[in-house]
Design a binder for this molecule. Structure first.
Ligand code: AHG
Ligand code: MN
Ligand code: MN
Length: 356
């Protein structure tokens, strides 16, 4: 590749910033900081087995899940790299029950950073790709420490979102509303280089990704949708899609974005998971924003996840994300077969919009 074509993520973000004359550079620097955190986490992830960072820490998080040491490390790296930069008025992490306040000795900025520091944690110990997910809102309160009002905003109001995959290579994918762009880390340079400009989901899907071990807890509509994807719907036979499920949202999402497909983690009739497992603020909103800017679509089974007005930091949501025709088909199966679920979830969604 001629050297002139090499674009680092820094240069790319600066070029993007030039399109916003009002941009003051704070936003650009915030994205740099996230890229730096990604490089630090990548370094630890590749050494996880050696640096005795493997395995579980003694902590558990809000969801009662045992925290993996790499979860804790990633969380601390992102917090410490961002707390003193004067670009944020608040942070929120999947690993913290409440908002993360900016220490008083530091100045406050106009953005809010939400993140899932390590996504796919259960895969760490078996050397399967994991990731980091981030989303950026602009504050809505006039000044002072950020509040829940600054954090609990609908996905439509996001200014940027993205993820990092720590896999066979380390990739960072982000959008600031002008397309979705992928960068691959060159470890020798320590630079993320533009490798996937303007990612668009292909028209033809190849894969479907779901944990079919949970099928017995799904609604009839979701089971019907799954049969259809597999080419087993007698009323509407189709070429079956291949099943691919890694168990790290970022990796399943990334493969389906590049090669076409649908990921879904639906509602579940088990106790405590009536609205599924995915976290709206730390996973689903970012994926829905990226889907929107890559020509794909993310639904909670009723409508666009970007339109869901959050009411609590750790609220869950069903997720169907990928090719729009597949996701809209899932909504149709649910409308046709899941009236009871639609009634309870519809009420929950409306309550959420009304502030919970
Ligand atoms: P996290 O590690 O941040 O808790 O996220 C794990 C999520 C997501 O990455 C993945 O798609 C899903 O959990 C897998 O869940 P199951 O193991 O229940 O299939
Ligand atoms: Mn996650
Ligand atoms: Mn996580």
């Amino acid at each position: 590749m001629p050297l002139a074509n090499i674009t680092t993520i820094e240069r790319h973000i600066l070029d993007q910033q030039k399109r916003f004359p009002s941009a003051t550079g704070e936003f650009t620097e915030l994205l740099y900081d996230i890229a730096l955190a990604a490089k630090m986490i990548a370094r630890e992830t590749t050494r996880a087995g050696l640096a005795n960072i493997l395995g579980e820490s003694e902590g558990t998080n809000f969801y009662g899940e045992r925290q993996q040491k790499l979860d804790v490390y990633a969380d601390e790296v992102i917090m410490s790299l961002n707390e003193g930069t004067q670009r944020l008025c608040a942070m929120a992490s999947e690993e913290h029950d409440d908002l993360i306040e900016i220490p008083t000795q530091f100045g406050l900025g106009k953005y809010v950073l939400l993140f899932d520091p390590l996504d796919g944690s259960s895969n760490i110990d078996v050397n399967v790709s994991v990731g980091t997910i981030f989303a950026i809102h602009r504050r809505v309160t006039p000044s002072g420490q950020g509040t829940m009002a600054d954090v609990l905003q609908a996905g439509r109001r996001l200014v940027a979102a993205g993820y990092v995959i720590y896999g066979s290579s380390t990739m960072m994918v982000y959008s600031a509303g002008q397309g979705v762009h992928g960068f691959t880390l060159d470890p020798a340079l320590g630079e993320f280089l533009l490798s996937h400009p303007d990612i668009r989901v292909p028209d033809t899907a190849k894969f479907y990704s779901a944990n079919q071990g949970n099928e017995r807890y799904w609604t009839d509509g979701v089971r019907g949708f799954t049969r259809w994807l597999q080419g087993m719907d007698p009323d509407d036979p189709r070429k079956p899609l291949s099943g691919r499920y890694i168990g790290s949202l970022v990796t399943d999402f990334h493969r389906n974005l590049l090669q076409g497909g649908v990921f879904y983690y639906p509602a579940d009739s088990r106790e405590g998971a009536p609205y599924g497992k995915m976290r709206l603020m730390f996973e689903a909103q970012a994926m829905a924003y990226l889907a929107q800017h890559a020509g794909a679509y993310a639904s909670d089974g009723i409508g666009d996840i970007l339109d869901v007005v959050p009411h609590s930091l750790h609220q869950r949501t069903p997720v169907f994300v990928g090719n729009r025709d597949l996701v809209e088909r899932a909504e149709a199966f649910i409308r046709a077969s899941d009236a009871d679920w639609l009634e309870t979830f519809g009420a929950y969604r409306a309550r959420s919009a009304a502030g919970g």
